[in-house]
Structures are given as C-alpha cells and as structure tokens.
Design a protein around this ligand. Sequence first.
Ligand code: SAH
Ligand code: SF4
Ligand code: F3S
Length: 449
Amino acid sequence: MPGAKRVYLKTFGCQMNVYDSERMADQLSAVGYSETDDIESADLVILNTCHIREKAAEKVYSDLGRIRQVKSERALAGRDTVVAVTGCVAQAEGNEIVRRAPVVDLVIGPQSYHRLPDLIAKAKAEGRQQVDIEFPEEDKFAHLAERRVTPNASAAAFLTVQEGCDKFCTFCVVPYTRGMESSRSIADLEKETRRLVARGVREITLLGQNVNGYHGTGPDGAPWSLARLIRHLAGIEGVERLRYMTSHPRDMSDDLIAAHRDEAKLMPYLHLPFQAGSDRILAAMNRKHTAADYLALIGRIRAARPDIALSTDIIVGFPGETEAEFQQTLDLVARIGFAQAYSFKYSPRPGTPAATMGDQVPDGVRADRLQRLQRLLERQQTSFNASCVGRVFPVLFERPGRRVGQLIGRSPYLQSVHAEADPALLGRIMPVEISGAGPNSLSGVIRAA
Ligand code: SAH
Ligand code: SF4
Ligand code: F3S
C-alpha cells in the first residue's frame, strides 16, 4: 500500500493489556497503520505498560533508552518516529514520563485509546508532547474501531467485559491506574463476540480486573451478572469455550458457582487469588475475607464442579509478615492443591497504603519465602499434570508447534498440549489422549473423534 505506515507495539503486564493492544492495532489499522515486529521500520512505537510491580514499571525506561537511539537514527535518514507510552505506567506517572523521557511524544491512559489517531495528529501538528490521562466522560468502547476480521488469527481470544476496581487492596495500584469499576453492556459484548466468532475464534476469555463483579446492563435494562453473561454468550453459535479472569473471592456468587456445574461451555478452570494465608495479613491487605472463608468457598466450588482446576495469585513478604504467617500461606496452598499459580515478592508501590506501612520485610527474606513457596507450587503443578496422563481431553488447537507437523493446543484445564497434527486442524477441538506430562505442558496423540 503506498504511504502505508507501520506501528511497533510492545505489551507488558496482564491480559487486559494484551486485549487493549489488539484494540489499538484495530483502531490504527482503520487509519492506515499495519503492525511490524521490526522497530527500525516503525513510524509509530507504542509501549503498552504495566505498573503493578516496580520491575515492570522500570523496564519501560530502559526500553525508552533504546528507542531514543532508533528514533535519532531514523531522523538522520529523514524519517519521523512517534513514540507513545500507554497503559498503567502512563496513567500513574503521566507528566513524569514526558519529563524523564523527552523521546516520548504521547502519554495515553487506558481510558483514552479511542483518541489515539487524533493525538498522533495533534502531536505532529503542534510539534510537542501530548498527555491524555483523564477518565473521559465518553465511553471508549463506543468510539473504538470495530474488531478487524483477520485471517489466520488464533482460535482463542480475550474480551474485556469489565474494567477498573473499587476494592483498594492496600498493596495494589489497579484502582488508581484503571479507575472505578465499570461493566460493558450485554448488547455491546454480544456484538463483539459475534465479530470474534466470524474471525474463527472458538474460545473466549472474559476479562476484568474484578470480572466476577460484572454487572453490565442487559437487554431488559436491568444489570446482569457474570453468570448470566456467560450463559448468554454460550448460546451464540460458534462459541465453544468460555473462561473468565480475574475473580475476587468476595464476588464468587452462587449463580456463578452454579454455572460451573451447569454450563458445559464454561471450562473447568478458575483463577481465584487469595494473596496470603494469614488472617492478620489478609486484614492488613484489605482483602475482606479470611483463610477459612477462602477454604469454604473452594469447598463449594469443588462440590459444584469436582474436576475444576484451580489457580491463584499469592504475595509473600507483605509488610509485617512473620515467618509463622508465611507458613500459613504454605499451609493453605498445601490444603487446597493448585494446578497452577502466580506468586510474587511484595513490591511497594507509590501512592498505595502498604508502601508506607512500618515493618517492611527485607528483600532477602522476601526472596527466600518466594523460593520456598514456588518449590511447593511447582510440585503441585507437576503432579497435577502427571495425573492427566492416560486421559483423553478435548484440545483446541491454537498454533503451530516448534517442530514441523506439530500443533499446540489447550486442554480444558488451560494446559498447553503438543500433538502431531495436520495444520488443517488449527482452530478445531479434537480428542487427544495424553501420553506425556512435564512441569509446564502435556503431550498426546489425537484419537479418532
Ligand atoms: N485484579 C486481579 C489482579 C491484580 S494484579 C485481582 O484482584 O486479583 C495481579 C496480581 O499481582 C495480584 O493478584 C497480586 O498477587 C499481584 N500484585 C499486585 N500488587 C502487587 C504488589 N504491590 N507487589 C507484589 N505483587 C502484587
Ligand atoms: Fe488490585 Fe485488589 Fe482490585 Fe485486585 S481486587 S485489582 S488486587 S485492588
Ligand atoms: Fe499491570 Fe495495569 Fe494490568 S498495572 S497488571 S497492566 S491492569
């Protein structure tokens, strides 16, 4: 295409950022940009950033150093480069970024992505940096370009249904970077789901910072729960699998638990962070539940869906956490048994209440606890995977494997499964007998359907 422009997009952080990056790419495609992996050929560079832990946030500044070089090399060749920082660091640091990194032309918060093309034009016309980190009145989803129907796209996709968080856990920046909780309407989500299905998507993961707090307006004008949304989307032809993340234990309602029992398209997998096993620490985190509450909840979920695979998030070394309190985290993990889990060293974040609490745990202690916890979690994950050998799973093939003749797909329990398979099976669900299990993936053989 003559005059075609190129965008290089790098995504940090959670699945919601992955989703947002896709929506930005769709938006930019409508004004003539195509994506590139080669930063040197990019007219527009976007870093879609994450602020959750210090390491993630600092990575942005090291990347900007490298981008500054590319931009000046391109300038010598007479080519302009627009550099944009989007996402949660943009929202949290705003003007600080343009001050610290003059190479940046645009700083855009997560609620303003629909303004991206206008802001690029404005930065060029005015020849100065633009910062847009408001929480605008208008709804960005109503203004973003429609999802593109791209050939050969993956059979699995993300769909943001809810954004923001009002829970204010004392360690967390999300309520500040993503704003108040809000839910998209059922009609809007149904429309986007149909677009995704038309593109070949078979599995959809519904996203939200607090996805089970979803309460979007239904066609009857009343707020619908996540369970109702799931049942509604499951009724759309072509949707074969649904998942959701991330949930808060306080919002695991009875109807959502019942959906795990009744709704065949809802996969038997649940990511439900508990963060810590000590009630004193949970209270200091403002989680508003105890370890016993969490255990009882898991009991009810397992009663509804006995084979459900559980995943969680855990923080070690929250301010004031003693060795005995950390042991309570290990105990809770041992009692429940997780198929998968994410664990983190506590990272103090500017502006959050926990960052200024006394009794910060020394980094060496945090690192030691993380290592001990991860050993336990790895053992659990490995044994869960091993327990799958000999079973036959429906596997959705998503992408080619590293070896020729091999495809990689997903089991219902979200494990990667490698199998010898014809590329024509991409996007299809096939029965696979599991013959091998490693710590991070399974392998198997396709059985006749
Ligand atoms: N909205 C989700 C996820 C929030 S961020 C939820 O409520 O669970 C993902 C995970 O990062 C959190 O669950 C938590 O375990 C971790 N996390 C958040 N802030 C952190 C911090 N300051 N230090 C270390 N880990 C953190
Ligand atoms: Fe952060 Fe807590 Fe909200 Fe999750 S529930 S996004 S951890 S404040
Ligand atoms: Fe990071 Fe923002 Fe997601 S802080 S984890 S990108 S919501």
